[in-house]
Design a protein around this ligand. Structure first.
Ligand code: ADP
Ligand code: MG
Length: 593
């Protein structure tokens, strides 16, 4: 399923095909030299968009993708190399492989498949890592595959040139390859998996909390991107006719990453822009590299002019355009902004679940600090429970444990009779527990609608996702902002979008961590009305943390009070107001009057 409007995808695909054909026709008209430049450009572009499928959507920079290009190149070449030549130059090849002599198309397909399988295993391993550890692992991958290519002499000829590959990659072959790659990358970006992955890139904790299985989505994109790299590798090998391991190492990694970063990782538009910009600059600088003369002045040859030039462009991009020349949106997204559908007349389905959540002995230790200490709590459907206590008393930590963000040191909790403790965030979300965060965690660079849609797609089997997303936005009164980037909204509206995103999961229990923080009185009163509607109309149970005692007292059926990690009181708002332990916790033991 594609999550973008049809018009966008159609415009994008049509433009890709038209641009590639027009460029190819023009280059052919200018003769063989320009044909070669464009062919190499197309093949590089396949690799750049390939890297973008993973790095752009996941936000994890990969230094290792050239190794998939290498695997694709060597695998395809071994299949197309004339049998006679194989016997002469690679005498130790297994017989079946030595005898194989295929055309480029089947060889490339096999190489792409083989690389995808390799990437699946590597992706499973790298997927366990986060942040810079993942980036460093990709670097390790590059070095390992390079090492294997050099060491596995019987198959790769080691560091010697692997030559005699049929040079069958013409301009039109590369053109078809790049059309395929661009379309795959564009469709992936707006596929369900792509949207989930981008949500995870924007905020991993929030994405898990709305049901996204980030590792799975990362793996999918890793395999697709490796497949595109393999295609690029197969094509470049059959363009050059000879390859060696150093072709797929740091120099080209740097070049392709530069294209991706300068253009903008997060879009296909960016990958193309960056590839064009860097190609033009390198083509120009290469002409000057051997020295030149201006107005009688001889400028000597400077070795590495091209590399220095690329370095300077990266620096310029980092300072002036950190999101890349193309920014964060595809060109067609800028040209045709989405106008979301109006009133669908539907409403969020009432909560189907009428089971209480019971937690026993919840304890969380951070080093020597016991943030939550042996707390028992029950949350009932259709009831609003207020969780109050001074700053640092453990309210957020308790919520984090009950939503799977933190693993409790001790204690367990159940929904009805099903044990939820031990499950991870997205599994808990799938069982009908949704939440917001004290410090707002929206997917800042996604539209408001996409923020909510990704939640709807990732819970309750993704059924009726668009309708659920739209109705959740309407419920929270933020439907008019559907097309805006979430990060551009006012504070109060961002909090409402966050609640809408949680509602799109169709939860039976909703955790709200200081939803009224930063809101003025009028906004708070509005919010109170909305929340009341949620329990009344949908039968939702709510766990509400807030410091606004008016909000708490008017809204909550029951209050639970924490102090220094201990549950010190529980009861109706009236009981709590007069509870001496609570008064002391809030006002301190040294109260004189
Ligand atoms: P509240 O939400 O009631 O203000 P928290 O649950 O955020 O309180 O914090 C409870 C205590 O646990 C505080 O002392 C806080 O500093 C500590 N704490 C919270 N999260 C962490 C963490 N990830 N690592 C270490 N200490 C933490
Ligand atoms: Mg808190």
């Amino acid at each position: 399923m594609i999550t973008s409007p049809r018009k966008h995808i159609f415009a994008s695909v049509a433009a890709i095909i038209a641009a590639v054909i027009v460029a190819s026709v023009i280059a052919s008209a200018f003769g063989a030299a320009s044909e070669r430049v464009l062919t190499v450009f197309f093949i590089s572009l396949i690799a750049v968009v390939g890297m973008g499928v993973y790095s752009g959507n996941s936000g994890i920079l990969s230094f290792g993708h050239l190794s998939f290009m290498a695997i694709g190149a060597y695998a395809a070449s071994l299949l197309t190399l004339p049998a006679q030549l194989k016997i002469a130059t690679l005498p130790k090849l297994p017989e079946w492989l030595a005898a194989t002599e295929m055309g480029l198309l089947p060889a490339a397909l096999i190489a792409v498949l083989l690389t995808s399988v390799v990437a699946l295993f590597i992706g499973l391993a790298i997927g366990k890592l986060e942040g810079s550890a993942a980036v460093i692992a990709t670097l390790g991958l590059l070095i390992i595959v390079h090492g294997v290519a050099i060491g596995w002499r019987d198959v790769t000829r080691g560091s010697q040139t692997f030559f005699g590959i049929p040079t069958v990659t013409t301009l039109w072959v590369a053109a078809i390859g790049v059309i395929v790659a661009l379309i795959v990358a564009r469709l992936y970006r707006d596929s369900v998996s792509g949207l989930r992955l981008r949500a995870g890139r924007e905020n991993a904790i929030a994405a898990s909390a709305v049901g996204v299985r980030i590792r799975r989505e990362r793996l999918i994109s890793f395999v697709i991107s490796a497949a595109l790299m393999a295609l690029s590798g197969a094509l470049i090998a059959h363009f050059l006719g000879a390859i060696s391991p150093k072709k797929f190492y740091f120099t080209d990694t740097f070049l392709l990453l530069a294209m991706l970063i300068v253009g903008g990782m997060t879009t296909v538009t960016g990958a193309v822009t960056g590839a064009v910009a860097i190609t033009i600059v390198t083509e120009v600088l290469r002409r000057f590299e051997g020295g030149f003369s201006v107005a009688g002045l001889d400028i000597p040859a400077v070795f590495g002019t091209t590399q220095i030039g690329i370095g300077l462009i990266i620096l310029f991009a980092m300072f002036r355009k950190p999101d890349g020349l193309a920014g964060l949106k595809e060109w067609e997204e800028r040209l045709f902004p989405v106008r979301p559908e109006g009133d669908t007349g539907a409403d969020i389905a009432p909560s189907v679940n009428s089971l209480p959540l019971t937690a026993k002995g919840m304890t969380m230790q951070f080093g020597g600090l016991t943030a939550v200490n042996d707390v028992d709590i029950t949350l009932n459907p259709g009831e609003i429970t207020g969780l109050i206590g001074p700053n640092g008393s453990g309210k957020t930590t308790l919520m984090n444990m009950l939503s799977g963000v933190l693993v409790p040191t001790e204690g367990e909790f159940f929904l009805g009779s099903e044990k939820l403790s031990g499950l991870v965030s997205h599994e808990i979300a799938d069982r009908g527990i949704a939440r917001t965060f004290q410090n707002i965690r929206l997917f800042t660079n996604l539209s408001v609608f996409q923020n909510v849609l990704v939640a709807a797609l990732s819970t309750r089997s993704g059924k009726n996702a668009e309708t659920r997303a739209a109705t959740a936005l309407m419920r929270m009164g933020v439907a008019q902002h559907a097309d805006a980037e979430a990060g551009t909204l006012s504070y109060g509206d961002q909090r409402r979008v966050e609640i809408a995103r949680a509602l799109a999961c169709e939860p039976s229990l909703l955790f709200l961590d200081e939803p009224a923080a930063g809101m003025n009185r009028e906004e708070t009163d509005n919010l109170m009305e909305t929340l009341r509607g949620l329990t009344r109309d949908l039968g939702l149970g709510i766990l509400l943390v807030d410091h606004d005692l008016k909000l708490i007292n008017q809204l909550c059926d029951r209050l639970v009070v924490l102090n220094e990690g201990h549950l010190i009181a529980e009861g109706s708002p009236k009981d709590i107001q007069n509870n001496p332990a609570v008064i002391e916790a809030y006002l301190g033991p040294n109260r004189q009057d």
